[in-house]
Design a protein around this ligand. Structure first.
Ligand code: PLP
Length: 416
């Protein structure tokens, strides 16, 4: 039973009521209440998102941008309305700056292939950080294979802080792009994005922020950040999987060649040549995730109604609580205690493999992520193969953390 005392003290934030919006949270696993602590991998969906996807398929589904009939026009309107919702949500200057992709991964691949392929040349440098998810490493390595760019990596300290002064040293007249995580999925570190952008812009270098984790934990204002590209996924923001966003400044996007060719991204095709559509259509070849856009729009409405500031405050409270309570576990070592962190805790237990911990927790109904979190270079940095990661969403409460601490206590008893 969840007692009132374990519900967030953030009184404006009624977590018990919000939990009721997520049908999956009422599920039992192995006959235990589900404790879901893996929202950084993918968040659960509120009923309004499920309903919006269902509404699309049951009442309004047709292909978009092509039909002259009622259903197609309705679906097209909803898809374009979703774009405007995304634009407002991250405060982009124009909806033309919002490209729907399938994910953060595709958004970064788009920038690497299109912007990188067209503007970088052999010997040019790009800067990543040691905190990156593989999605912000591998596309740049593919580009390196293609054209011979150099990849520089900003180090982090023992606590997982991004080292701004080291970044400054790596910036050189040959730096053509900076692509860094806004929030680390493995450690929760929030990077000093505004400073990174300021330093890079001071020498005319554009910046891509991998916002897959930052966009879910607090408000994002791409104009205030003055960032050039910003990538994120719908599924981490309580929306459907298979839809994501690349934000890009209009002048940059307008100068970039297409990433993929096909239907819906053209003005005129002959066998001799193709005239491409303007942005954003130029980067949306083929039939997109139409129902995903319905669900994504519903997710944005949902979190906006709660308020990203309120979600942020709630998750910070959970982070503080979890950090304090986990210290009760004998020989637990946090990996990542940066000065500024989102609602993610990563740790290891001396003498117990992370996968064993994950399996035991699973049997208690507790879902955490174990392993390298698609950040192997970061694990190498700490000389480990993986961690146990608990990540918090708007629906988590202190009872979830209490359950985690209890189960870890049991792990400690089993392994001594
Ligand atoms: N970047 C970060 C920081 C992430 O946490 C993730 C997913 O965990 C990704 C990129 C990739 O996101 P997706 O799998 O939705 O493309």
């Amino acid at each position: 039973m969840r007692s009132v005392a374990t519900i967030s003290e953030n009184s404006a934030f009624d977590v018990a009521r919000l939990r009721a919006d997520f049908p999956i949270l009422a599920e039992r696993v192995y006959d235990k209440p589900l404790v879901f602590l893996d929202s950084a991998a993918s968040a659960q969906k509120p009923q309004c998102v499920i309903d919006a996807v269902s509404h699309c398929y049951s009442r309004e589904y047709a292909n978009i941008h092509r039909g002259v009939y009622y259903l197609s026009e309705r679906a097209t309107q909803a898809y374009e309305d979703a774009r405007v919702k995304v634009q407002r949500f991250i405060n982009a200057a124009s909806e033309r700056e919002i490209i729907f992709t399938k994910s953060t991964t595709e958004a970064i691949n788009l920038v690497a292939a299109s912007y990188g392929g067209a503007t970088l040349k052999e010997g040019d440098e790009i800067i990543l950080s040691h905190l990156e998810h593989h999605a912000n490493i591998v596309p740049w390595q593919l580009l390196r294979q293609r054209i011979g760019i150099e990849i520089k990596v900003v180090p982090i300290d023992e606590r997982g802080n991004f080292l701004l002064e080291e970044f400054e040293k790596l910036l050189s007249p040959r730096t053509r792009l900076v692509a860094v995580s806004h929030t680390s999925n493995a450690l929760g570190t929030i990077t000093p994005a505004a400073e990174i952008v300021r330093l890079a812009h001071a020498q005319g270098t554009p910046v891509l922020l991998d916002g897959a984790q930052s966009v879910v934990h607090g408000p994002i204002d791409v104009q205030a950040l003055d960032v050039d590209f910003f990538a994120f996924s719908g599924h981490k923001l309580y929306g459907p999987s298979g839809i994501g966003v690349l934000y890009g400044k209009a002048d940059l996007l307008a100068a970039m060649p297409p990433y993929q060719g096909g239907g819906d991204m053209i003005k005129r095709v002959t066998f001799e040549k193709t005239e491409f559509a303007d942005i954003p259509g130029r980067f949306e070849a083929g039939t997109p995730h139409i129902a995903g856009a319905y669900g994504f729009a519903a997710a944005i409405d949902y979190v906006s109604a709660i308020g990203m500031e309120a979600i942020n405050a709630h998750e910070r409270e959970l982070l503080d609580y979890a950090t304090a309570r986990l210290q009760e576990i004998n020989s637990l070592r946090f990996i990542g205690t940066a000065d500024d962190k989102a609602g993610i805790v990563s740790f290891e237990l001396d003498g117990v493999h992370a996968h064993d911990i994950g399996t035991i927790l699973d049997r208690e109904g507790i879902a955490v992520r174990v392993g390298h979190h698609c950040a192997q270079p970061l694990m190498d940095r700490f000389g480990i193969t993986g961690t146990v990661r608990a990540s918090f969403g708007l629906y988590n409460d202190k009872a979830d953390i209490d359950a985690l601490v209890r189960a870890l206590g049991a792990v400690r008893e089993i392994f001594g």
